[in-house]
Design a protein around this ligand. Structure first.
Ligand code: ATP
Ligand code: MG
Length: 393
């Protein structure tokens, strides 16, 4: 079937009140951005509290739906057949023909919901409902009308044109990106942090990211993997500026001067400190990590208390109570999994102790860190000064 337009449905939640237009405008902007990349010459616009994407050329529905599934805020995508306004008998035939084509050999329940913007149209909406319903029943005798809980709702909208639609392709949900709120994602090459970034972006928050790189212990390919992950998350979140921080000298200092069972925790504390400074420098208001309780030694509740201690900013941990399998399922859904499982080492796997502390004592950790002073502050400043920014997406 050839469709001329897509009706974009968004969740009502969060869009009531005076900020509704902001939400809609962001959605329109993002939808236009993703549709620009595919054939169809779409125009995205608001009309009567709805958002439409009209195509000036034929387009591939699967491709358009896939593109819009990357736009947060969209609850559903309805492909629409548009035709000129015709007299009632022709409308009845056209609407039933549409239904027959969209749901061939249909044997379930349906309901027709007609609306008229043009009150001069000879039939009112009830007359359209009844006539189209009867016509569908005569063409598809195994179908049934159910006005209370139908499996399919056929909409017949008589406006400047007639819109016919009955299918809804699910969107990603969430809130559209585009406000001024920004968070700094600690993005490693693993499975979790890209998913964590996706989840925070899904609430409409812009992302910037930081990756701690430890050459030559971590390879260029490990870095490229993180760039690829940032680009994949950016397909949903919009452009992401990725800061690559050279962490080697800081790690070596920790490795040389601190007890080895505390390496991971102290390293994580330095990552958080640097991420917070970068966030402040770049207008981000919160940090995001892929931590999940109990997943590894550095993610026990006590370890997180210790890494959290060095931050004053809120740290968002959207995966905190997720099971690993649920995180994997989500990463497969958003398309980051295959990249995440590529084998290149990350810095945490190289400088890791055999038996890391799982119950770090705040006093002991602070005393160990004192051994790093004052040199560590210079190393941190140098790492920040040499920050490499890669724009992804
Ligand atoms: P992930 O799958 O996200 O790598 P993980 O299970 O490997 O997580 P950790 O290595 O303990 O867990 O890291 C916890 C969190 O710290 C990560 O989710 C990420 O947010 C951050 N992180 C870890 N290593 C790095 C790194 N090299 N650069 C940036 N952030 C990092
Ligand atoms: Mg990791």
């Amino acid at each position: 079937m050839e469709y001329q337009s897509l009706l974009i449905k968004y969740a009502e939640i969060g869009v009531k009140g005076k900020n509704r237009y902001l939400f809609e405008d962001r959605l329109v902007k993002r939808a236009a951005e993703v549709l620009r990349k595919i054939p169809g010459r779409f125009t995205v616009y608001k009309s009567n509290g709805r958002i439409y994407a009209d195509a000036a050329e034929p387009f591939d529905l699967d491709q358009a739906a896939e593109a819009l599934q990357h736009v947060f805020g969209i609850a559903g995508i309805c492909p629409v057949v548009q035709q000129p306004v015709v007299p009632p008998e022709e409308l009845r035939a056209a609407a039933a023909a549409y239904f027959e084509q969209a749901h061939p050999v249909y044997n379930g329940t349906f309901k027709v919901v007609a609306t008229r913007a043009n009150k001069a149209y000879p039939w009112d909406s009830n007359e359209i409902n009844r006539a189209v319903g009867e016509e569908i029943l005569s063409r598809l005798p195994d179908s049934r009308v159910d006005v209370h809980d139908p499996q399919v709702v056929l909409r017949v909208e008589v406006r400047e044109k007639v819109n016919l639609y009955s299918r809804t392709i699910p969107g990603p949900g969430g809130m559209p990106i585009g406000g001024t709120d920004k968070a700094m994602l600690l993005l490693s090459g693993g499975i979790d942090s890209p998913v964590a970034g996706y989840m925070v972006a899904k609430r409409g928050v812009n992302l910037e990211a930081v990756y701690f790189h430890a050459p030559p212990y971590t390879s260029e390919r490990a870095k490229q993997k993180v760039v690829d992950l940032a680009t994949q998350v950016a397909a949903y979140a919009g452009r992401i500026r990725l800061h690559v921080i050279n962490f080697t000298d800081i790690q070596l200092a920790i490795y040389t001067k601190c007890p080895h069972d505390e390496l991971t925790i102290i390293m994580r504390r330095y990552m958080m400190r640097i991420a917070q400074t970068l966030a402040e420098q770049n207008g981000a208001l919160a940090l995001v990590t892929g931590e999940s309780i109990g997943q590894v030694a550095s993610q026990t509740v006590k370890s997180m208390v210790s890494t959290n201690e060095v931050c004053t900013m809120p740290v968002f941990r959207p995966l905190i109570a997720f099971d690993k399998q649920d995180i994997i399922t989500l990463s497969q859904k958003i398309g980051t999994f295959e990249t995440s499982i590529l084998p290149y080492e990350d810095c945490c796997t190289i400088f890791v102790a055999k038996h890391p502390v799982t119950k770090p004592n705040a006093g002991i950790i602070r005393r160990s860190e004192e051994k790093l002073l004052p040199e560590i502050n210079e190393l941190v400043e140098k790492a920040l000064a040499e920050d490499e920014v890669i724009v992804c997406g």
